[in-house]
Ligand binder design. Structure first.
Ligand SMILES: *Cc1c(COP(=O)(O)O)cnc(C)c1O
Length: 376
């Protein structure tokens, strides 16, 4: 009996488990020396940039937008193909989201599409590096400079991704990472922001922890009513080990993804599935998502997933197009706009198993099962 293959499985090794026990026994388990060390190491990994850890990326992105002091009619451009958090945070701070369709192959927004929806009220662009494939940032930052816009990168999928040989986060305006259990680097739940904008980072420090400022006399003052988003030392201890092996694990992801490309070539040639954009060696391969024309094949996604499950293979759906969500429709967002690519991806996408501890033989197994199911 072969073991069930989930679509993702976090890898927490023995050293980390021991390290976590040491933190638990140290008596200091919330934000302290481990968070300070993790922020230092992460900053170094990102080319020496100031980095702040958060309890999750959703909170980090929300506080970043809050720190930018957006007003009610200020517009924030978000790709229609992303996890809902990218959109929700815009509403949470009272600004106005503007959706933009993505490229059908890369699933990323493009500067060209963004330029068409920029208005006098646009303040921020929030690109998402889908599945770990970098957005074309040169053209996007050129547009941002020209129009005086801030860029908040949702790099939840892109820790370790490189764009033209530079790591995502080592440059750019404001870059947010997620360390959720499914991400390439996990702290169970967690996130980080990095930016060279000193004033913004100082503001974020306050927004992260009650608006609290430490005083010279050992006491503290509260400057304004803020929320709480700090990472714990237990989580940071996990993150430090994960960071130490990140590049190695991302290389393993790249190699498994390459295997998928060769194993699935037959199905692609038969028109039974569409492979994702391949990118270059800088792709962090957070996910391997294919598109399947279910209707054309006389089936549906639910049935395909159920059959793969019977073969002992887990799959995911990343993501429904934001344009189809209730939260979007009830707020009349995107009315009169076309999200043809994002909606087609949303209907047809299927996330196949991909995590660093998988073997090439697991990829073969997925490809065999998929061939059987899609020929069925
Ligand atoms: C996971 C994810 C988030 C949210 O990250 P959390 O750390 O879970 O808050 C945001 N955006 C994208 C694209 C994600 O995949």
């Amino acid at each position: 009996m072969t073991e069930y293959l989930p679509f993702v499985r976090p890898a927490i090794g023995e050293t980390t488990r021991r390290g976590v026990c040491e933190v638990l026994e140290s008596g200091w388990i919330t934000s302290g020396p481990q968070v300070a060390a993790f922020e230092q190491e992460l900053g170094t990994y990102l080319g020496g940039r100031p980095t702040l850890c958060f309890g999750h990326a959703t909170g980090a992105m929300e506080e970043v937008l809050r720190a930018l002091e957006l007003e009610e009619n200020d517009e924030v451009i978000v790709p229609a193909m992303t996890f809902a958090a990218t959109l929700n945070v815009v509403w949470r701070v009272g600004a106005r989201p503007v959706l933009v369709d993505v490229d059908p192959l890369t699933r990323n927004l493009t500067a060209e599409a963004v330029a068409k929806v920029v208005t006098e009220r646009t303040r921020v662009i929030m690109p998402v590096h889908f599945a770990g494939l970098s957005v074309d940032l040169d053209s996007l930052y050129a547009l941002a400079r020209e129009r005086g816009l801030r860029v908040v990168e949702d790099a939840a999928h892109a820790i370790g991704t490189r764009y033209r040989e530079r790591r995502i986060g080592s440059f750019g305006d404001i870059v947010c990472f997620s360390f959720h259990a499914n991400k390439n680097l996990t702290t169970i739940e967690g996130g980080a922001v990095c930016s060279d904008d000193k004033a913004l980072m100082e503001r974020l420090r306050l927004l992260r922890f009650h608006g609290q400022e430490k005083l010279d006399d050992g006491g503290y003052d509260i400057l304004f009513p803020a929320s709480k988003h700090n990472l714990s030392d237990v989580a940071a201890r996990i993150g430090r080990d994960q960071l130490a092996v990140l590049d190695e694990r991302n290389a393993q992801r790249l190699s498994l993804a390459s295997r998928y490309f060769s194993e699935l070539e037959g199905l692609r040639a038969e028109g039974r599935l569409q492979l994702p954009a391949r990118g270059d060696a800088g792709h962090a391969w957070h996910m391997f998502t294919v598109r399947i024309p279910y209707q054309q094949l006389g089936t549906n996604r639910q049935a395909v997933r159920a059959k793969l499950h019977e073969h002992g293979i887990g799959t995911g759906v990343h993501y429904p197009s934001l344009s189809t969500l209730t939260v979007t429709r009830e707020r009349n967002l995107g009315v009169g706009q076309s999200f043809e690519a994002a909606e087609a991806i949303g209907r047809e996408t299927l996330t196949l198993p991909l995590f660093p501890e998988m073997q090439a033989s697991d990829v073969e197994r997925v490809a065999r099962a998929l061939a059987e199911v899609l020929h069925g």
